[in-house]
Unconditional design. Structure first.
Length: 371
């Protein structure tokens, strides 16, 4: 038996949802650059779930369907009010709330395709409401109900802040949602597929995926980037800070990628947005610092920035709490997880690799009294 640590380079499934070839990312064959520049998040979700771009009436109907399903069942709100949110990471709260949604869905264990698609709509719609409600309740504020005539990105910001967002803010969130929606067989998506390949239910699949995204080597890196930038404080401290990380053999969050060699094609969109937004907020030091770190690490280690690197200063500029960055990533990636779960159900086989045993060989069994 030979093992490949971390399954690097192992092709574990076929999928027609997204692909990464020669550092190019596509969703159902469409280039990420075109989608990021032109599409609404709803359009991308429709694409991932239906394998085709919607026409105008299909998109209008799908957008409305998501908006009308955004309201949370009352017990989810009661649950979020029932414990001390100030001592809980929002990703842990999201993981539990998503799981709880399943308890309030009488169709949670119905496995018919049509029913699973309806559940996917409800889960996608309600995930943003959970994150926004968490953000408000922990500040002692009441959650805000979604508006049925708002698009997904606008509704998220409206529910979080309680006021209508500016166009540039909607545009930034929409673009971030599009860029984070899917990414081939990343760790959380693989987790979701492994889970549902046992023919477990859709809620179990997405709950497991939220748990996997939480880690700092995956989605949790965006919060880690902002923590680092805050610790650095000023541009002139950036290089000595990074040198210290190198000296201590610590990883720099937001840098490096398992699949991309020359750069993550999503990063340039977020870099541009970071430049624009930090100029508006008068805090371009976050952008300048990020750029300096990116260039230095590229030069020193040949490592490119990944999607998490510039999303940090983008979300910070939009006034989003730093520990809500990864939940916001989940709001978007939920669409990819759901697409992969539906695809897995559609052509399922249990996912069960092998492990190469490297433990002790044939130790003599000694009875408990003699050990
Ligand atoms: C949405 C996403 O999930 S994107 C990824 C988000 N995660 C991060 O940003 C966390 C920081 N980055 C990393 O930890 C890694 O680059 C990963 C996990 C993304 C990919 O890692 P892998 O392909 O497993 O590479 P691995 O961790 O084995 O690193 C290979 C080498 O590059 C170094 N390296 C990789 N990333 C970094 C980094 N961010 N900072 C410093 N060194 C790094 C490692 O220390 C290692 O060096 P060595 O061979 O001298 O020991
Ligand atoms: O693909 C990966 O390994 C991580 C990543 O960039 C993502 O999930 O967006």
């Amino acid at each position: 038996m030979t093992t490949t640590k971390g399954l690097e380079g192992v092709v574990a499934t076929q999928s027609s949802i997204s692909s990464i070839i020669n550092d190019q990312l596509t969703y159902v064959g469409y280039k990420i650059d075109d989608l990021a520049e032109n599409s609404s998040f709803e359009e991308v979700v429709y694409l991932l779930w239906n394998q085709k771009l919607p026409n105008k009436s299909e998109l209008d109907a799908f957008t409305a369907e998501l908006a009308t399903n955004m309201e949370l069942p009352e017990p989810i709100i009661d649950h979020l009010r029932s414990y001390d949110l100030s001592s809980v990471h929002p990703m842990a709260a999201l993981r539990t709330a998503i799981s709880l949604l399943g308890l309030h869905d009488s169709e949670a264990d119905v496995m018919e395709e049509k029913v699973n698609k309806q559940k996917a709509i409800r889960i996608q719609a309600q995930t943003s409401t959970i994150v926004a409600a968490f953000g408000r309740i922990r500040q002692g504020k009441d959650p805000i109900k979604p508006k049925k005539d708002y698009g997904y990105a606008k509704n998220f910001l409206y529910m979080l802040n309680g006021e209508d967002p500016k166009d540039i803010e909607i545009e930034a969130i929409n673009k971030a949602l599009v860029l984070h929606a899917d990414h081939e067989l990343n760790a959380s998506t693989f987790t979701a597929r492994v889970c549902v390949a046992t023919l477990s239910d859709i809620y179990s699949g997405v709950t497991a995926a939220v748990g996997a995204l939480k880690g700092p080597l995956h989605g949790g890196a965006n919060e880690g980037v902002m923590k680092m930038l805050t610790e650095i404080g000023e541009e002139e401290n950036a290089i000595p800070y990074i040198d210290e990380k190198f000296k201590n053999k610590e990883k720099v969050m937001g840098m490096g990628h398992r699949v991309y060699e020359n750069g993550d094609p999503r990063a340039k969109h977020l870099r541009r947005m970071s430049k624009e937004l930090t100029k508006i907020t008068g805090e371009d030091k976050w952008y300048n610092m990020s750029l300096k770190i990116e260039e230095y690490i590229k030069e020193q280690k040949g490592l490119p920035a990944n999607v998490d690197f510039y999303s940090a200063s983008v979300y910070h500029s939009l006034g989003i709490d730093h520990d809500l960055f990864t939940p916001l990533f989940s709001v978007s990636r939920m669409s990819g997880w759901l697409a992969h779960i539906l695809e897995q159900y559609d052509n399922n086989r249990l996912i069960r690799p092998r492990a190469e045993y490297v433990g002790p060989e044939s130790p003599e069994y000694v009875s408990i009294e003699k050990r």
